[in-house]
Design a protein around this ligand. Structure first.
Ligand SMILES: CC(C)(COP(=O)(O)OP(=O)(O)OC[C@H]1O[C@@H](n2cnc3c(N)ncnc32)[C@H](O)[C@@H]1OP(=O)(O)O)[C@@H](O)C(=O)NCCC(=O)NCCS
Length: 164
């Protein structure tokens, strides 16, 4: 199988570890991606937890402009979990989600983690496409897991990416 973290993508973005001063930008990006966004204080308390880590991505050469996307993950007992990943609407479908997820996979590989897990709305076609391309496969299904807005509830796919 092709290992994503050994393949090449254009380096149009600068990927850096999340900093405490990013929390307002993380909250703004999260509000673009999810109907029930997490606020800056929630991000601050999350990223100070030791097993939580993450990355922001900025377009190369954009100086101190806010990030175009970020990912947060947690590593515990040899297993990683994606807490959230968001790319700003204007930057989607340009490989940024792939770069952020690849940064997490590289970090977990360095830590000799066994696997990375995530949950995704079964109707989220672009995210599922991205995860499958990164080597994730479905290991579970939670029916009626997401109840947002007016529409009917949707299920969650539980996906796993082996790291060994
Ligand atoms: C999911 C998300 C992070 C992906 O970020 P991104 O920067 O667009 O990701 P990438 O560009 O690396 O990959 C997206 C892939 O989905 C594909 N795609 C886009 N729309 C699609 C659709 N309707 N059906 C199938 N695939 C689709 C793109 O073509 C691309 O694949 P490719 O690189 O093979 O061409 C972004 O869409 C997002 O922030 N969504 C809102 C928040 C969210 O849903 N987060 C995930 C929660 S689990």
């Amino acid at each position: 199988m092709r290992l994503p973290f050994l393949s090449q993508r254009p380096r149009e973005f600068t990927v850096e570890p999340v900093h405490p001063e990013d929390v307002d930008a993380l909250a703004a990006l999260h509000a673009e991606g999810f109907p029930r966004p997490w606020n800056a204080a929630e991000f601050a308390s999350l990223i100070e937890q030791r097993p939580v880590f993450g990355y922001t991505a900025r377009p190369a050469g954009s100086g101190r402009a806010g990030p175009a996307g970020f990912v947060l993950a947690r590593l515990a007992a040899g297993e990683g979990e994606i807490l959230t990943v968001v790319v700003s609407r204007q930057w989607r479908n340009q490989g940024l989600g792939w770069l952020l997820m690849d940064a997490v996979l590289r970090a977990l590989h360095r830590e000799r983690a066994e696997a990375l897990f995530l949950e995704v709305d079964e109707t989220n076609a672009s995210a599922i496409h991205l995860y499958r391309r990164l080597g994730f496969f479905q290991v579970g299904h939670r029916p009626n897991y997401y109840r947002e807005g007016e529409g009917p509830p949707t299920g969650a796919l539980v996906m796993r990416r082996d790291l060994r």
